[in-house]
Design a protein around this ligand. Structure first.
Ligand SMILES: C[S@@+](CC[C@H](N)C(=O)[O-])C[C@H]1O[C@@H](n2cnc3c(N)ncnc32)[C@H](O)[C@@H]1O
Length: 240
C-alpha cells in the first residue's frame, strides 16, 4: 500500500502530492524552517559543498518546490540551475523568491515530473533533489529518468529524511515526528493531512542502504550515503 496524503480520496499518489503542495505552498517555507529548527538550511549547504567539488555547469534541481535548494546550488558556481516541480503553487512562490533576489538569469523554474523529464539524454552535469524522492509515486522510474538526463560521469546529490537508529535520538525523533510536528503543521498550514503524511512517508521510505541499493539497480555507480544530524536526514551521492 502506497502512503498518500489524503487517504479518503481516489486520486493516485502523484495527484494527491501535487494537490497537497499546492495547498500548503504559502506556508511551506515558514513551516520548513520552524519544524526543522533551521537545520534544513544547514543540510542543503552540506550537500552543495559536496556538489561544488565537481564544478557542475548545468544543474537540474528536481522537486525544486519553492527553490531553496536551487538557490543554495548557486554556491557551486554553475552557469545555470533549472528547477522542475509538479506543483504550480510551490513554483509560484519559488519564482517570486528568485525574482526578489534578482536571480532570474541564473535559475529557471519549470513545471515538470521527475518520472518523465522533458530533457534529452546526457544533458546535465548534476542532478539534485532535496526532500523530493520520498514523494515520488514510482521511485525507481523517477530515479531512472534522472539518470537518463545526467551526462556520463555526472553527479547525483539527494537529501532525504531518514530514520535515526540510536538511543535516545530515535525515541526523541519519533515523539517529535508523531505528536509535535503534525499538530504544529496542521495549525499553521490549515491542511489536515499534510503534516501527518510527512512522518508516514518518511517511515515508509527505504532509507540508508536500501536506498543506495535502489540507486545501484537503476544504473548509478559509486553510490554513497552520508547520515546527517543523528541520522534524521541523509545525503546520497552517486555518479552516472
Ligand atoms: C518537501 S518539497 C521539497 C522542496 C524543495 N526541494 C526543498 O528542499 O524545500 C517536495 C516537492 O516535491 C515535489 N514533487 C513530488 N513529486 C514530484 C515529481 N514526481 N516530480 C517533480 N516534483 C515532485 C512536490 O510538488 C514538492 O514541491
Amino acid at each position: 500500500m502506497k502512503v498518500v496524503p489524503y487517504k479518503d480520496q481516489q486520486e493516485g499518489k502523484k495527484a494527491q502530492v501535487r494537490d497537497m503542495f499546492n495547498n500548503i505552498s504559502k506556508k511551506y517555507d515558514l513551516l520548513n524552517h520552524v519544524l526543522s529548527l533551521g537545520v534544513d538550511i544547514y543540510w542543503r549547504k552540506r550537500a552543495v559543498k559536496i556538489l561544488k567539488k565537481y564544478q557542475p555547469e548545468l544543474i537540474l534541481d528536481i522537486a525544486t518546490g519553492t527553490g531553496d535548494f536551487a538557490i543554495e546550488a548557486l554556491a557551486a558556481n554553475p552557469k545555470k540551475v533549472i528547477g522542475v516541480d509538479i506543483s504550480e503553487g510551490m513554483l509560484e512562490i519559488g519564482k517570486e523568491k528568485i525574482k526578489a533576489k534578482g536571480l532570474e538569469d541564473r535559475i529557471e523554474m519549470r513545471l515538470g515530473d521527475s518520472e518523465g523529464l522533458l530533457f534529452e539524454d546526457n544533458y546535465f552535469d548534476a542532478v539534485i533533489v532535496s526532500f523530493g524522492v520520498r514523494n515520488y509515486e514510482n521511485l525507481e522510474k523517477g530515479l531512472a529518468d534522472m539518470c537518463r538526463v545526467l551526462k556520463p560521469g555526472g553527479r547525483l546529490v539527494i537529501i532525504e529524511f531518514s530514520k535515526p537508529k540510536i538511543f535516545p535520538f530515535k525515541q526523541i525523533y519519533n515523539a517529535y515526528f508523531r505528536f509535535v510536528l503534525p499538530a504544529v503543521g496542521r495549525v499553521i498550514s490549515k491542511d489536515q493531512s499534510a503534516y501527518t503524511y510527512l512522518p508516514e512517508s518518511v517511515n515508509a521510505f527505504p532509507d540508508g542502504e536500501k536506498f543506495t541499493k535502489i540507486l545501484d539497480k537503476v544504473g548509478y555507480k559509486e553510490t554513497e550515503c552520508i547520515p546527517l544530524t543523528f541520522g534524521i536526514s541523509s545525503i546520497y551521492t552517486a555518479t552516472k
